[in-house]
Ligand binder design. Structure first.
Ligand SMILES: [Zn+2]
Length: 237
């Protein structure tokens, strides 16, 4: 009525307890914020300013909930698959389903020992970075890409430091793609070792990383794309 909202109650039992009266007061407060227009009601998507639903806006809203903000920019790397991006993200956030994590959740395992090195406890930092077996593979990547890993203490640190190693945005992107591919190959090696009794070879994993990231380089379609021999010598030309 005249733009104002008139509410008439039809109580079966009027509110009388303190709780009911507080709920009524809260309800009236909410209603006081409602303004009723003269136009017809319509559906509106709250995921974007236009109010029109789109899959991309849904994905954006979902990603903002799933992925907390990180310190470094541009984590998402379109040179590698969504699966590998997501996996790398989980590794950086220390959310890999490693043995100590599974045991905490009540999964019964024979032990929490890392199957790759057979020595350390497989906790979130151990697997992607601190494991001596894994570190040997990272050393191979280090020499191949001419990275300085001497002061690096985690995967997140390594990704952040890539900004100082690389000379251009495309090199940073390629370096990240190689690191992401390495993380994925290491995880596959760990699973083969833990679940399929396959003893992985570090040299084989390194070859796997080179081959997978070579495929990525072709996808990038940059002007300096290298042939396989040059790629194996140094991939960040
Ligand atoms: Zn280990």
């Amino acid at each position: 009525m005249d733009g104002s909202l008139v509410v008439s109650w039809n109580w079966r039992s009027p509110p009388s307890s303190i709780t009911e009266l507080l709920e009524l007061d809260s309800c009236l407060n909410d209603l006081s914020l409602v303004s009723i227009g003269t136009s017809y009601d319509k559906w509106s998507w709250r995921g974007c300013s236009s109010g029109v639903f789109s899959v991309s806006s849904l994905r954006g809203a979902w990603e903002s909930k799933v992925y907390p903000p990180l310190e470094y920019k541009h984590f998402w790397n379109n040179l590698v698959s969504i699966k590998i991006n997501f996996f790398a993200w989980r590794a950086v956030l220390n959310r890999l389903p490693v043995k100590t994590d599974l045991i905490k959740r009540g999964v019964v395992l024979n032990s929490g020992t890392c199957d790759l090195c057979g020595a350390g406890v497989e906790y979130v930092i151990h697997l992607p970075w601190e494991c001596c077996w894994v570190r040997d593979v990272w050393s191979m990547v280090q020499y191949w890409c001419e990275l300085d890993l001497s002061d690096i203490n985690s995967v997140e640190h390594l990704l952040s430091a890539s900004h100082s190693f690389a000379k251009s945005p495309s090199q940073i992107k390629m370096t990240h793609a190689i690191i992401f591919s390495a993380l994925w190959s290491l995880w596959k090696a760990r699973n083969d070792c833990s679940f399929n009794n396959i003893t992985p070879s570090q040299a084989h994993i390194f070859e796997d990383i080179k081959a997978n990231s070579f495929h990525v380089d072709k996808k990038q379609e940059r002007g300096t794309s290298l042939n396989w021999s040059s790629w194996c010598i140094f991939p960040l030309m």
